[in-house]
Design a protein. Structure first.
Length: 150
């Protein structure tokens, strides 16, 4: 019985310190709380409610697919996705990702680029949140220019 109590106490302690890391920076997202529950000898079932606990470290996940029209095949294309948040009339950059693709085939075609993913911590999921997604896309190489004409 002592070993079980020690184990439960250690689990509770570990839950409390789990946000510490070797870098000294933590999110405190490990555990919402803990409660020791002990079965007595010959006791088979315990019906117990733990809590209440507040949700911690909630957030929003944004997955963006980019559709490009009339893309020349077999050319490198740089694509960037910028996520901005409007706050009191000013736009703040909250995320940016970029990649380079080559569309296989011949001629021109429409393509969809999967997927650019962004996470945003948000402690109040009960309120609405607006983001503006901007896309920048352009060809990365120009075979007709063997040198930069600038």
């Amino acid at each position: 019985m002592n070993n079980q109590k020690e184990r439960l106490l250690n689990e509770e302690v570990n839950c409390e310190v789990c946000s510490q890391s070797s870098t000294g920076v933590g999110c405190e997202c490990c555990c919402n709380g803990s409660q020791n529950i002990t079965f007595k000898p010959c006791e088979d079932v315990i019906d117990y409610t733990v809590g209440p606990y507040d949700l911690k470290c909630e957030g929003r996940f944004l997955k963006v697919r980019v559709r490009l029209k009339n893309v020349c095949c077999n050319r490198k294309i740089n694509v960037g996705v910028l996520v901005c948040e409007p706050v009191d009339g000013t736009f703040y950059t909250r995320g940016f990702k970029a990649c380079q693709i080559v569309v296989p085939g011949t001629g021109c075609k429409d393509v969809t680029i999967d997927e650019f993913c962004f996470v945003f911590p948000d402690e109040d999921l009960c309120r609405s949140k607006t983001y503006v997604v901007k896309v920048v896309a352009h060809y990365a190489e120009f075979p007709s220019f063997s040198f930069c004409p600038c």
